[in-house]
Design a protein around this ligand. Structure first.
Ligand code: GLA
Ligand code: ZN
Length: 664
């Protein structure tokens, strides 16, 4: 399958990054000129401008100065560089906060913020919305026909939340639309507990340590509401852009597994998903885990829209906010960039092009360092990526086919984070999903990360770790998937609550009991250092943290617990149901069990890895394919030389962190 290029007129990889020429306005005759020369030398063909430029565009209310941006846009066009043009709402000018204090955010403690930092505006404020509409309209009118314009970059890393009176009112309206009656809301939130019944919508306040903090339904709906606020704000921001530049795609840069917004929902309104990636490379053997976690984020971002995404930001060198701002080892920059491509990115972009001279990010890695020339190691690394990307035009828009779907769902994560019980501090949803993903990554089996609302029919294998919250109709869809011949895998803590976090009655996993052929009676939480063990296929595996005590009702026990009062209870089960099978891993285990388990399953289901040879530890493979060719990326994510055997007698070796692309 082949998708169109992200910028329709430009069938190449975008290579570039955040660019802030306004910081160098006084030195533009030298610095801007030099920037263009260096951009060319680094193989850079796109730059993101205007991201935090509001005070330079509107230095006083209603007084606009676009001339500098005109010059920048012209300069980019002249050098055939695509402009990723931003709306400036990510940070507002000081005059605006002073003049209209209502736009300042209020935190959960009901404290009004002062002006400063960024991402600090109220999303409900009519004044802020009006200011955003005005500046965005001016931007689109001015640049709609500009030859440099390639994409709209909406705001920057939407995040946070506001608890001001305006947002409270919006929240109540959201709840009224969702529940219609207070009765329905009270039931969904189980408010008879502790006498929390609401008798008037006005009594409802967003969650706060000063007041209502323990009502799970309220907390979950607040997060859903916050997501809807961002969806609505994004729509508001893009309205003038869409009407005047309908063919220019819009995106906003996302942050992987950022907990505050359900990205699957936000992605519905984006034309293309984009991701800011900041892996914590260590320069040690640990880096294969870092690579896997990075791959997870890439697959997650691609899954948001099920098509190629943008690596909107990445750091070519040390990331200043990381506790240890370690330098990239040779080839690591190329690995992280090509890894993104392997997992479906059609762009490799950086934060930032030129290092700022002052401010909080003056020591954040950049393509051009304070030294100012192309004679740095980092610059050469970036230029090498530019050169390599130029050879990969055939991959632009190509698909990342996969037969395995793994569910990662913000609603589940939120419900688990709030659930009081089990292991309060380490329910570990995100890490658990990553651990399951890890087994596939290691085998080089491509995976889609999806949320529980997506269609399952394209998958042979559907994995849903800790499927704690079941949305309406999900159990039926999973059952159908299995009955039609699919293989389904889930774990402990599955099927506990419905969409409102009310528990299912009649035994867990609630409406999945038939599918799995069992029911959970109790779950044991183990202290740190404690463990049980699971015997499966003559091997013993450690079980720890959480052990579900299940009773079979049709399923077969493949593995059982070895100790404690539940010795002999099923710990790994399978249920044959119509044409398919449903597995349950009832306890948390180390990755050894997951690896063995998924290796068997992948073989049994005839799921092909990207490369049909077994890969050495820390080497993985991914596939992108267009209508004609498969491009297999073989990536050494370790700091040692690795040998990959391609047949009985042939092999090739990969240098530390080397990526090889094989066409077939
Ligand atoms: C984020 C922001 C950028 C910059 C980088 C630094 O991704 O979007 O503006 O602050 O972090 O890593
Ligand atoms: Zn607000």
């Amino acid at each position: 399958m082949q998708f169109p290029p992200i910028v329709a007129r430009f069938p190449h990889f975008l290579h570039g990054g955040d660019y802030n020429p306004e910081q160098w306005l006084k030195w533009k005759d030298t610095i801007w000129k030099e920037d263009m020369r260096l951009a060319k030398a680094a193989g850079i063909n796109s730059l993101s401008v205007g991201i935090f430029s509001w005070s330079m565009l509107e230095p006083a209310e209603g007084e606009y100065q676009f001339e500098w941006l005109d010059e920048v846009m012209d300069m980019l066009a002249e050098h055939k560089i695509i402009a990723v043009l931003a709306t400036p709402s990510g940070a507002k000018p000081a005059w605006m906060s002073k003049q209209y204090p209502e736009i300042l955010r209020v935190n959960a403690l009901r404290q009004k913020m002062l002006h400063g930092d960024r991402h600090n505006h109220c999303l409900s404020s009519p004044v802020y919305r009006e200011k955003v509409r005005a500046i965005n309209t001016l931007l689109v009118n001015r640049y709609k026909d500009h030859p440099a314009l390639g994409l709209w970059h909406i705001s920057n890393e939407y995040g946070g939340e506001c608890h001001c009176p305006l947002c409270q009112a919006q929240f109540r309206t959201y709840l009224q639309q969702r529940y219609r009656t207070l009765d329905a809301l009270n039931e969904a939130w189980w408010t008879t507990f502790w006498s929390h019944t609401y008798t008037d919508w006005e009594q409802i306040e967003s969650p706060s340590p000063l007041g209502e903090i323990n009502l799970n339904g309220l907390r979950l709906d607040w997060r859903r509401f916050t997501t809807e606020q961002f969806v609505d704000f994004y729509r508001h921001e893009t309205e003038p852009l869409r009407s005047l530049t309908p063919s220019i795609p819009c995106t906003t840069n996302l942050m992987g597994t950022y907990p505050g917004i359900d990205y699957y929902r936000l992605a519905e309104v984006l034309d293309v998903a984009s991701f800011d990636s900041y892996p914590r490379w260590t320069g040690t053997a640990q880096d294969k885990e870092v690579a896997c976690r990075t791959a997870f984020n890439y697959d997650l971002t691609r899954g948001l829209k099920g098509k190629p995404f943008m690596l909107m930001e990445s750091c070519p060198s040390a990331t200043n906010w990381q506790v240890v701002a370690k330098l990239r080892r040779p080839l690591v920059h190329e690995l992280q960039s090509l890894q993104a491509v392997a997992h479906g990115a059609d762009t490799v972009q950086y934060f930032q092009f030129r290092k700022s001279r002052g401010g909080p990010e003056q020591f954040h890695g950049a393509v051009v360092d304070h030294e100012g020339s192309e004679n740095t190691r980092v610059f050469r690394d970036v230029a090498a990526v530019g050169t390599r990307l130029k050879t990969l035009d055939a991959l632009v828009g190509s698909d990342t086919p996969s037969k395995v779907g793994i569910i990662f769902d913000w609603n589940i994560r939120w419900a688990l984070d709030d659930a009081k019980g089990f292991l309060q501090d380490k329910t570990g949803y995100e890490q658990t999903v990553v651990n399951h993903y890890h087994s596939f990554w290691q085998m080089g089996v491509p995976v889609d990360l999806i949320d529980s609302t997506r269609a399952f029919d394209k998958y042979t294998l559907l994995v849903a770790p800790m499927l704690f919250l079941l949305r309406e109709g999900l159990a039926q869809r999973i059952d159908q998937f299995v009955q039609n011949g699919g293989i389904f895998v889930t774990t402990y803590l599955t099927g506990y609550v419905n969409e409102s976090t009310l528990t299912f009655l009649g035994g867990f996993p609630g409406p999945l009991k038939e599918t799995l052929g069992l029911w959970f009676e109790e779950i044991d939480a183990l202290f740190p250092g404690e463990s049980n063990s699971i015997e499966w296929c003559g091997k013993s595996y450690r079980a720890f943290d959480l052990c579900e005590l299940a009773h079979l009702r049709g399923a077969t026990a493949l593995g059982t617990y070895r100790s404690d009062f539940y010795a002999g209870y099923p710990a790994l089960t399978v249920n044959q149901r119509a044409k398919g099978k449903a597995y349950c891993i009832a306890a948390r285990t180390d990755t050894d069990l997951l690896n063995d388990f998924y290796r068997n399953l992948v073989q049994e289901a005839h799921i092909k890895p990207a490369l049909e040879y077994s890969l050495p530890d820390g080497v993985t493979a991914q596939i992108r394919s267009n209508d004609k060719t498969d491009f297999v990326f073989v990536m050494n994510c370790t700091d040692t030389i690795k040998t990959v055997n391609t047949t009985q007698s042939e092999s090739f070796s990969l240098a530390p962190f080397e990526v090889r692309i094989i066409e077939r």
